[in-house]
Design a protein around this ligand. Structure first.
Ligand code: GRF
Length: 188
């Protein structure tokens, strides 16, 4: 199952990989904190169950979340562009079952405030020659769980945050399905 707040292109990459028989899995559902998330439309297009939980972080929302998780009983929980913090209760309950994709080479440019364009802007300002993306386990701290796999992307001299973001995102779409395939095979 997935959590997504935004456009959902990473979610789509996994849906496509499943439909192309590159991953043997069923997506039980998608949770979003944002009723306008493009990810919701993508899920509906593929008949994947969706749930919008708006007051994320409140006790009531955590209860709702726990009940959805009990129903869906996922083997793997994937955060793909999800902007809210997963409650500690849930990260503890689903230890080593929640993964996140982040558009930098963690531990660089992770943590609160480092999302979307802010990450790529910081990479360019620092003059880094490489950036990339990371899939990692989710624990109680933002972007600090154990790293599973990374992919490096060269930073080009004339890159803007937008051009760098686009090249990193293209690699995310390859990295995320690869990691999911690997993790599911390990648990089979
Ligand atoms: C990606 O860059 C991902 O790494 C980050 O948020 C973005 C989500 O993009 N966590 P999308 O919604 O999958 O298109």
């Amino acid at each position: 199952m997935f959590f997504a707040s935004g456009s959902g292109s990473n979610f789509q990459a996994v849906v496509d990989a499943i439909e192309n028989n590159e991953i043997d899995a069923v997506i039980t559902g998608l949770i979003s904190d944002n009723e306008h998330a493009g990810a919701l439309r993508r899920a509906e297009n593929h008949n994947i169950e969706v749930r919008v939980i708006k007051n994320f972080g409140t006790g009531e929302a955590t209860e709702e979340l726990l009940s959805v998780l009990r129903n869906w009983s996922p083997d793997l929980i994937i955060l793909a562009g999800f902007l809210k913090k997963i409650p500690d209760e849930i990260t503890r309950l689903y230890h080593n079952k929640i993964i996140n994709i982040h558009p930098s080479l963690l531990p660089k440019y992770g943590g609160k405030g480092f999302y979307g364009k802010h990450v790529h802007q910081a990479v360019l300002e620092a003059g880094d020659k490489t950036s990339g993306c990371t899939v990692h386990y989710v624990n109680e701290e933002y972007d600090e769980g154990k790293i599973i796999m990374q992919k490096t992307v060269d930073v080009l001299p004339d890159d803007t945050p937008e051009t760098l973001a686009a090249r990193v995102l293209a690699e995310e779409h390859i990295l995320l399905p690869n990691v999911i395939r690997q993790l599911l095979n390990q648990t089979k």
